[in-house]
Design a protein around this ligand. Sequence first.
Ligand SMILES: C=Cc1cc(F)c(CN2CC[C@](CC#N)(n3cc(C(N)=O)c(NC(=O)OC)n3)[C@H](F)C2)cc1O
Length: 299
Amino acid sequence: NPDISPSGTLAPADPTMFQKRYLKKMRDLGEGHFGKVTLYMYDPSNDGTGELVAVKALKQENSDVPDVWKKEIEILKSLYHSNIVRYKGCCTEPGGLEVQLIMEYLPLGSLREFLPKNKIGVPQCLMFAQQICQGMDYLHSQRYVHRDLAARNVLVENKGLVKIGDFGLTKYIPEGEIYYRVRETGDSPVYWYAIECLKEMKFSFASDVWSFGVTLYEIFTHCDSRQSPPTKFFEMMGLTEGSMTLVKIIELLERNRRLPCPRDCPHEARLLMEQCWNKNAENRPSFRTLVDKFDALRR
Ligand SMILES: C=Cc1cc(F)c(CN2CC[C@](CC#N)(n3cc(C(N)=O)c(NC(=O)OC)n3)[C@H](F)C2)cc1O
């Protein structure tokens, strides 16, 4: 339904502009530090035949950081890859502060929901792993560091296709730079963090590769909560509380302790996992290399 522009000519409606009044809330999909993701039906004809979309909105009190927020919208808008969730548009309230990011909806949810219910075999684990590497290789080629790669942020389109689904902590690494330093830790996903992130809050393409190693571990454990990274790290370090946890994890990693090898994980895949967890960031493979290594494994 093209909008009538002031001059009265028929301006083609911009398909990336969603009007808040036609968004009908269905249910919450997730909660994050700065906001939440909700399932809506976009139903301009108001007859229940609209399309389902996933909408990410900042919590009001955080909406005074529009530049950070707009950054995430700009990032997702600029990414085009079969293994990255599709940007559909954004929704602004007339004169409102809040801007909402509108993405395609993948009803099967993330690997965290999918894997425990669908016992996939080794070939499919390797296929999913390779697709994540393809998406991440593309993200890195655009000079973005994800900083939150984990099974909970990988969406399942169908049994043959997964996509990286959330870019809440993604940062741009300027040409010539290697690291992105952050100040806040917040409720950071420390069990997915490389050792240099824990010690110096230094994030890089290589720290994303470390997080991929943890994601590969999650895939081969079928996201079984009894084997989750937090659970296994707590077992290894014994119960600690508060800031001691960070100190204890660093100690374990310095002593070359790592997550255990999942029962169904083939030896070659375990070797890749361990390469991703190399203490020395320079010695970790790139996602480009990992895509090729998974090709060899899948033969
Ligand atoms: C404001 C910051 C913020 C808020 C958050 F809630 C989260 C956490 N959130 C991320 C998006 C999420 C998981 C992924 N990827 N997801 C997306 C879809 C989709 N596009 O279909 C989907 N589908 C689904 O669950 O279908 C049954 N889940 C899930 F909402 C968790 C992270 C954040 O940075």
